[in-house]
Design a protein around this ligand. Structure first.
Ligand code: PLP
Length: 847
C-alpha cells in the first residue's frame, strides 16, 4: 500500500519518501484512533492547534510542514514511539480474538454489512444520526471481537451538515465539501495497483463508481462514490448528499449501495456467506446477490433467491410504516425493468411483486422493507419493544398468522463503549476490569464493577462535570465570537456554569417525535428549577433539525430564545453543531441525560447508553432500550408504558410528570449529602446503572448476539443450500410449488377432544390430498398468556384413515392447564432449515 500511495494524485503532495512517514500514515489511516487514544500525543506534538480543532490525524499529517515532519521523525524518541504503536497495533490485530477462539472453525467466513450511513468519527462525516451510530459502533465492536465483518457504504461529497445559529435563533445548515484527500480513507486498489472502478449499467448509459477503503482495526469499510470524471454531470452527484434530493436520487443511491456494493465485493473476490442489511435502503443487494449466484451456477432466479436469502439478515429500524422507502412502479421500471428481464430473467411484474404486499395492486408502491423481508432468512427489530411494534407493522405480509408469530425478532442495539467513555471513566474501568475488557464476553463485568467505593464513583462524576463545564465555556466563547457578539457577552461566557451544580443534558436530532421542547412546556417552571438558590440546576442542549424540517427548526429557535433570557443565561446553553465530538463530551460530563420521545417512535435510541459507562444517569420515556433497561435502582422513567400517539393533552401530562420528577426526586437526590459530601442515594444509582447496564447495552453484547443468533445459523444454512450448485435451493422450490398447488385441497375431518385425569387428548383427521405428510406439520396453537410466547404443540401422525388415499389421524395429549378451547389445530408447511412463515406463509386453521 505504502509504495503505491506515491503514484496516486490524491497523495502526490505527501512527503512519502521521508523515513517513518509510512508508519505515521498507517496510524493516521486506522480509525482505531477514534477510541484508542494512545497515539493522540503524536498528532498533538506535530501540530497542537490543528489537532485540537480537527481531531483528525490524517489532516494533521497532511497539513504539517515537511520541515516539521522531518524534524520530529529525526528525533529517535519520537521514532521509537511511532514504531512501538505500529508494532503493538499489528500485534493486537494479528492476535487471537473472541470470534477466532469460539467460532474459528465455524461456517462463517465473512459478513457484509450494508448501511446508508456510518458514524465512525467526526473526521468522516458520512452519517446523520442513530442509524449511522449503530452501524459505526457495530463495526468497531466487530473489530474488537474479531468478527469478520466488511462494511459497505457510500462516500458523500457533502456529508452530515454543519450547523450555525443566526442572530434570530434560526438554524443555518452549512455543507462543507468532503475533500476525499482530507478524509482518513484511501482509494481501493486492484491487485495490479489500479484504482478499483465499477461500471453500473443503466438503460442507455453507464455510471462509474469509485471505491474507497476505511480501516477500522481488523475491519474494513468500503465506500462507493459516483464523482468519477467519466460520468455524466448529473450522475457525478448521485452520492453528493446523505438523505438529500428527491425519490429518484434516493433510488439511484440505493442502487449504488445495494447493487454496486455487492458487485464491489465480487470484484474483490469476496463472497460473504452473510449479508446484513442495516435498514431497507440496502435491499437491492438481495437482487444482485441472487444474480451473481445465477451466473455462477446457471440456476434460475427463483432458485438463486431461495439459496441466497438464507444468508441475508434484515434489520429494521423504523417504528412507523411511513418510515420505509417507497418508490413508484414507474420509477422502478425505469431503473430496473431491463435488469429484471435481462439480468434476472424474470418479468418485471415479478420483481415488482417482491416489493409489494399485494403483488398486483397497481396503486401500491415498491417498498424496500418488503423486498428486504422477501429476500432475507431472518428479520429483526432493534429493541424488545421495537420487535413487537415491527411484528404489528408487518402483519399484512403474513395473512392469517397471529401477530405474535410474524417473523421479526429483536437484537437490542448497543454502543461501542470505548468510543464514548471519558479518559477518567476509562481509567477507573481499567483499574478494576483491565485494558482488554471489551475484547471478549463481558457478562462478568457487572460483579467486578459493583464493589468500587462511593468516593471513587463520586470523584469520577466531579472530574467529568468539571471537564464539561470547561468545554461548554470554550464552545460558547467561540460560538459567540463567530457570530459577532458583544465583548461583554463573550466575557460572561467564560464564567458560565458551575462544576458543582447538577447538570442535565439533552442533545439529539430535533425531530418532532422526540419532543425536544417538552421541557419548555412551562418555561417559568423550568426557570424556577434552574435558578433555585439552594439547589440550582444547569442544562445543556444541542441538536440539529433536518434542513427541510421546519417544525424541528422552530423548536431550536424556541430553545435559543429561552437561553437568551437574562435570568436563564448562566444556567442553560444551546451548543450549536451537534456531532459525534460534542456528544462524546456531553455524555461524559452530564449527571442526567434526558430523553422524551413519544412512545413507540424511538425504535431503540442510543445516546442514553453513552452516559452509562461514564456514571451518568438516565431520565427517559419508557420507549426503545429504556423500556427494557429501566428499574427504579438505575434511573427515572417517564410515561406509563403505553402509547398515546401525538395527543397534546398527553404531552402536557408528561411535561408535568417530567417537572415533578426533577423537582421531587432528581434534584433532592443529588443534593442530599453525607458527612463527606457524597450523595449516597445518587451514587447507589450510579453504581447500579454503570455495573448492570453498561455491558448489557454495549455493542460488544449486540455484535456477539448477532453472531451467535443470526450470523452463524445464517452462514450454515446458506452453505447448505448453496452446496452442489444450489441443489437444496432447487429442491425447496419444487417443494414450495407442490405446496402451493395442493394447499387449497387440504381438508380437516373429525376433531375429538376428551379431558380425563387432568389431561386433554386431541385427535384429528386430516386429508392431505397431494401434500406429502413429511412436508407439513399438524399442530395445536394457543395464544400466549399475559403477552407471553404462543404455544405450538406438534401432533403425532397416526394410522392412515380407512379408504382415504392420503388421510391420517393425528393425536396429542397435553396437561389440561388451560381450557381445551384455547387450542386450535392447524397445518403449517415444514421443511428442515426453511423459515416458516417468513419463507412460506401458508397456514390452514381447523376453525
Ligand atoms: C448517539 C448519537 C445519535 C443517536 O442518538 P439517539 O439517542 O438515538 O437519538 C445521533 N447523533 C449523534 C451525533 C450521536 O452521537
Amino acid at each position: 500500500m505504502a509504495r503505491r500511495r506515491g503514484d496516486n494524485p490524491v497523495y502526490a503532495l505527501l512527503p512519502v519518501e521521508l523515513d517513518g512517514f509510512d508508519e505515521l500514515a498507517e496510524l493516521a489511516l486506522d480509525i482505531r484512533w477514534s477510541w484508542d487514544h494512545g497515539t493522540d500525543e503524536l498528532w498533538r506534538e506535530l501540530d497542537p492547534v490543528l489537532w485540537e480543532l480537527t481531531r483528525n490525524p490524517w489532516v494533521v499529517l497532511q497539513t504539517v510542514a515537511r520541515d516539521r515532519l522531518q524534524q520530529v521523525l529525526a528525533d529517535p524518541g519520537f521514532r521509537r514511539r511511532v514504531d512501538g504503536f505500529v508494532k503493538n497495533g499489528r500485534r493486537e490485530l494479528a492476535g487471537t480474538s473472541w470470534f477466532r477462539h469460539r467460532h474459528g472453525d465455524g461456517p462463517l467466513g465473512t459478513v457484509a454489512y450494508f448501511s446508508m450511513e456510518f458514524m465512525l468519527s467526526e473526521a468522516l462525516p458520512i452519517y446523520s444520526g442513530g442509524l449511522g451510530n449503530v452501524a459505526g459502533d457495530q463495526l468497531k465492536a466487530a473489530s474488537d471481537l474479531g468478527v469478520p465483518v466488511i462494511g459497505i457504504g457510500l462516500l458523500y461529497q457533502q456529508g452530515y451538515f454543519r450547523q450555525a445559529i443566526d442572530s434570530s435563533g434560526m438554524q443555518q445548515a452549512l455543507f462543507p465539501y468532503n475533500d476525499p484527500g482530507q478524509l482518513p480513507i484511501t482509494p481501493l486498489r486492484e491487485p495490479n495497483g489500479e484504482w478499483l472502478r465499477l461500471e453500473l449499467r443503466l438503460p442507455g448509459y453507464s455510471v462509474w463508481l469509485r471505491a474507497w477503503q476505511v480501516t477500522i482495526g481488523r475491519v474494513r469499510l468500503y465506500l462507493l462514490d459516483s464523482n468519477d470524471p467519466a460520468n455524466l454531470p448529473a450522475h457525478r452527484g448521485i452520492t453528493s448528499e446523505l438523505y438529500g434530493g428527491g425519490a429518484e436520487l434516493r433510488l439511484m443511491q440505493e442502487l449504488v449501495l445495494g447493487i454496486g456494493g455487492w458487485r464491489l465485493l465480487r470484484a474483490l473476490g469476496i463472497n460473504p456467506e452473510v449479508c446484513h442489511l442495516n435498514e431497507g435502503h440496502a435491499a437491492f443487494a438481495v437482487l444482485e446477490r441472487a444474480r451473481s449466484f445465477m451466473k455462477e451456477t446457471g440456476q434460475p432466479f427463483e432458485v438463486a433467491l431461495a439459496v441466497i436469502r438464507a444468508g441475508n439478515l434484515f434489520t429494521t429500524h423504523t417504528p412507523v410504516p411511513a418510515g420505509f422507502d417507497r418508490f413508484s412502479p414507474a420509477l422502478i421500471e425505469q431503473y430496473l425493468g431491463t435488469y429484471a428481464r435481462e439480468r434476472l430473467g424474470i418479468p418485471f411484474a415479478e420483481l415488482l411483486a417482491l416489493g409489494r404486499v399485494r403483488a398486483d395492486d397497481p396503486a401500491e408502491p415498491f417498498n424496500m422493507a418488503c423486498l428486504a423481508i422477501r429476500g432475507s432468512g431472518a428479520v429483526n427489530g432493534v429493541s424488545r419493544l421495537h420487535g413487537a411494534v415491527s411484528r404489528r407493522i408487518f402483519t399484512p405480509l403474513f395473512p392469517r398468522w397471529p401477530v405474535a408469530e410474524v417473523p421479526v425478532g429483536h437484537v437490542t442495539n448497543g454502543i461501542h463503549v470505548p468510543t464514548w467513555h471519558s479518559p477518567a471513566a476509562d481509567a477507573l474501568w481499567t483499574d478494576v476490569c483491565g485494558k482488554e475488557r471489551w475484547l471478549q464476553a463481558t457478562e462478568s463485568l457487572e460483579e467486578t464493577m459493583r464493589p468500587i467505593s462511593d468516593a471513587a464513583f463520586w470523584q469520577l462524576r466531579a472530574t467529568a462535570r468539571t471537564a464539561l463545564v470547561e468545554l461548554i465555556r470554550s464552545r460558547q466563547v467561540r460560538q459567540l465570537a463567530s457570530t459577532g457578539a458583544a465583548v461583554a457577552e463573550i466575557d460572561a461566557a467564560r464564567n458560565l456554569f458551575d462544576a458543582n451544580i447538577l447538570t442535565l443534558g439533552f442533545a439529539r436530532r430535533f425531530a418532532t417525535y422526540k419532543r425536544p421542547n417538552l421541557l419548555l412546556h412551562d418555561p417559568e417552571r423550568l426557570l424556577r428549577l434552574l435558578t433555585d438558590p439552594q439547589r440550582p440546576v444547569q442544562l445543556v442542549v444541542a441538536g440539529k433539525a433536518h434542513p427541510a424540517d421546519r417544525a424541528g427548526q422552530e423548536m431550536i429557535r424556541q430553545w435559543v430564545e429561552f437561553v437568551r433570557r437574562p435570568e436563564a443565561r448562566r444556567r442553560v446553553v444551546f451548543l450549536s453543531d451537534y456531532d459525534m465530538f460534542l456528544t462524546q463530551r456531553l455524555v461524559q460530563g452530564v449527571d442526567v441525560w434526558l430523553n422524551t420521545p413519544r412512545r413507540p417512535w424511538e425504535a431503540c435510541g442510543t445516546s442514553g447508553m453513552k452516559v452509562l459507562a461514564n456514571g451518568g444517569l438516565n431520565l427517559s420515556e419508557l420507549d426503545g432500550w429504556w423500556a427494557e433497561a429501566y428499574c427504579p435502582e438505575v434511573g427515572w422513567a417517564l410515561g406509563d408504558g403505553r402509547e398515546h400517539g401525538d395527543d397534546p393533552a398527553w404531552d402536557a401530562a408528561e411535561a408535568e410528570e417530567l417537572y415533578r420528577l426533577l423537582e421531587e426526586e432528581v434534584v433532592p437526590a443529588f443534593y442530599r449529602r453525607d458527612r463527606d459530601g457524597i450523595p449516597t442515594d445518587w451514587v447507589a444509582r450510579v453504581r447500579e446503572s454503570i455495573a448492570r447496564l453498561t455491558p448489557q447495552f454495549s455493542a460488544n453484547r449486540t455484535v456477539r448476539e448477532y453472531t451467535d443468533r443470526y450470523y452463524l445459523p445464517a452462514a450454515a444454512e446458506y452453505r447448505r443450500r448453496a452446496a452442489d450448485g444450489g441443489a437444496a435451493g432447487a429442491a425447496q422450490v419444487d417443494w414450495r410449488r407442490a405446496l402451493e398447488r395442493d394447499w387449497a385441497k387440504l381438508r380437516f375431518g373429525e376433531l375429538q377432544i376428551t379431558t380425563t385425569d387432568g389431561e386433554h387428548e386431541f385427535t384429528l383427521q386430516v386429508y392431505l390430498d397431494g401434500l406429502a405428510p413429511e412436508g407439513v406439520t399438524v399442530e395445536l396453537y394457543a395464544d400466549g398468556v399475559d403477552g407471553g410466547a404462543p404455544e405450538r404443540l406438534a401432533m403425532t401422525r397416526g394410522p392412515q384413515l380407512v379408504g382415504a388415499a392420503n388421510g391420517y389421524l393425528y393425536a396429542i395429549r397435553l396437561p389440561a392447564a388451560r381450557p381445551a378451547a384455547d387450542y386450535t389445530p392447524r397445518v403449517v408447511p415444514a421443511l428442515p432449515g426453511v423459515a416458516v412463515p417468513l419463507e412460506v406463509g401458508a397456514v390452514c386453521w381447523q376453525r
